[in-house]
Ligand binder design. Structure first.
Ligand SMILES: Nc1ncnc2c1ncn2[C@@H]1O[C@H](COP(=O)(O)OP(=O)(O)OP(=O)(O)O)[C@@H](O)[C@H]1O
Length: 233
């Protein structure tokens, strides 16, 4: 059985007299420890899918199976626990706490979970061993995103969900961040999902899900994903 399975997921918003269908009968599967890229134009419904998978929002209908459990049936308390223990998030704009050091940002995240990893060790693994005492404002954008990834990984989550993680970074730094996310899947066996507009990035993925106009348009597997260092755009 797939590790993640969305079955006939719908998300509808009522705006006055208008109904917005952000996700219209979305179904797909994702394997454990794989790297998936979700591609699609602005407004396609990608973030809606990610927010629902991350327990930040609930679908209007449909099943969201994660490791055999339908999180669409979770109450608020169960969703809070799921978000805290099982999901790591990486966003376009890092969302670090400005008055905490790099190390403290990670410690804050690990302090609320059961099976957190050693913060300093994870920071070493993302190449920031010499920046533990710096504040976010003293780091470059790429370094701040490394901290955000370390914070997500240090929780030791089942799932790493990344919404446009390189959207605010230059080409080279963006590639370094994507390489780190690829390592999270290949080396640390995390199930990683990356939302992007950039179709070139899809070449590094095990599976590519195209979403357009609220529907899944295609699901493609890459038998031989290309290392991000070898992809040019
Ligand atoms: N809370 C909300 N209330 C009303 N409409 C919403 C809400 N959230 C999303 N939508 C609508 O649902 C549709 C899908 O939005 P979503 O953010 O999932 O798209 P996206 O593919 O992630 O776009 P982008 O790449 O620009 O972030 C859009 O039309 C958006 O306006």
């Amino acid at each position: 059985m797939a590790y993640i399975e969305l079955k006939h997921e719908f998300k509808k918003y009522q705006m006055g007299d208008t109904e917005i269908v952000a996700n219209n009968d979305i179904s797909f599967q994702i394997n454990e420890g794989s790297l998936t890229v979700i591609l699609g134009p602005s407004g396609a419904g990608k973030s809606t899918v990610l927010n629902i998978l991350g327990g930040m929002d609930s679908p209007t209908s449909g099943e969201i199976l994660v490791d055999g459990t339908d999180i669409a049936q979770f109450n608020n308390k169960q969703l809070t626990k799921y978000r805290r223990d099982d999901v790591g998030f990486v966003f376009q704009f890092y969302n670090l706490i400005p008055n905490l050091s790099t190390l403290e940002n990670i410690e804050l995240a690990t302090s609320i979970v059961k099976n957190g990893l050693d913060p300093a060790q994870v920071l070493r693994e993302v190449g920031l061993s010499n920046r533990l005492d710096n504040f976010p404002s003293q780091l470059s954008g790429g370094e701040q995103q490394r901290v955000a990834i370390a914070r997500a990984l240090a929780k030791n989550p089942k799932l790493l969900l990344c919404d446009e993680p390189t959207g605010a970074l230059d080409y080279t730094t963006g590639k370094q961040i994507l390489s780190l996310l690829s390592d999270a899947s290949k080396t640390f066996h995390k199930t990683v999902i990356i939302i992007t507009h950039n179709s070139e990035i899809a070449k590094m993925a095990d599976r590519v899900i195209h979403i357009n106009d609220a529907k899944v348009r295609s699901v493609t597997d890459n038998p031989s994903p290309i290392p991000i260092a070898d992809i040019e755009w």
